[in-house]
Design a protein around this ligand. Structure first.
Ligand SMILES: [Zn+2]
Length: 247
């Protein structure tokens, strides 16, 4: 029996200026999406990062209060490598992010402040494809991101944000979820692949904390994923995204 041939990916549009990337943890963007960010900042686009947590529960051997500043510093350096100079941390608790109004309000505020054309997030489907289960923080964050983008455009939702001086922003054209098993789009990252690798390597303490069962080689890992997506886009390397139209 032969496997059905995967559908080709469609290239993502690049006729936009400002993107805001919102993910649950430091390192979430570096498992692929960062190479796309490097491409976009090289084109002169403006990209901002927002982390819902500081990843403080991510290293077994380091307690959260010691871990938090380490992981924030690694994320800031990782962002710098791909041309992103603003990284915000919302301070929700790592590992136990709750989908709900407080998170939607916080994300809505971030969207209104940065006024992006595109919002990038991570895969928030139940799995990564097959039986590889997604993690609760990723699912809660992605769901809240799409809701908060709509909330940001409605002046009657979270009216306290207007009192804080944040006018509605309904200009987000789409939310793009990186690494979704239902991706239909992708971006060519062949030229920016090395920056993507360096941005993942910047999470040194985290990668070391994964121990012997963790990631042997960031380059090899990203090459495998990049090639798979590239095959479907017709390029050497690519990063895939599921597109949720919001306009
Ligand atoms: Zn994560």
């Amino acid at each position: 029996m032969t496997e059905p041939r995967p559908q080709p990916y469609e290239a993502l549009p690049e006729d936009w200026d400002r993107a805001l990337a919102i993910v649950a943890h430091p390192d979430d963007l570096e498992y692929g999406a960062a190479a796309a960010v490097a491409r976009w900042t090289r084109q002169g686009k403006h990209v901002t990062y927002c982390m819902v947590t500081s990843g403080e529960a991510g290293i077994d051997a380091i307690e959260p209060d010691k871990c938090r500043p380490l992981r924030e510093a690694e994320q800031i350096e990782s962002a710098r490598i791909v041309g992103v100079d603003t990284v915000e941390f919302l301070g929700h608790p790592d590992g136990v992010i709750e989908y709900g109004l407080p998170l939607r309000r916080d994300l809505s505020r971030v969207v209104r402040r940065h006024r992006p054309d595109i919002v990038i997030t991570g895969n928030f489907r139940d799995t990564w494809g097959g039986i590889a289960l997604n993690q609760a923080d990723h699912i809660a964050t992605g769901r809240a991101v799409v809701d908060a983008v709509r909330d940001a455009g409605n002046r009657w939702v979270f009216p306290e944000l207007i009192d804080e001086g944040h006018q509605p922003w309904g200009g987000v054209r789409a939310v793009w979820a990186a690494g979704s098993p239902d991706a239909g789009h992708a971006v060519d990252t062949t030229e920016d692949f090395d920056l993507g690798v360096r941005s993942l390597e910047a999470h040194g303490a985290y990668l070391a904390g994964l121990g012997p069962n963790g990631m042997a080689d960031p380059r090899e890992f990203l090459e495998g994923m990049g090639r798979m997506a590239g095959t479907r886009l017709g390029t050497r390397f690519a990063v895939s995204f599921e597109v949720y139209p919001m306009g």
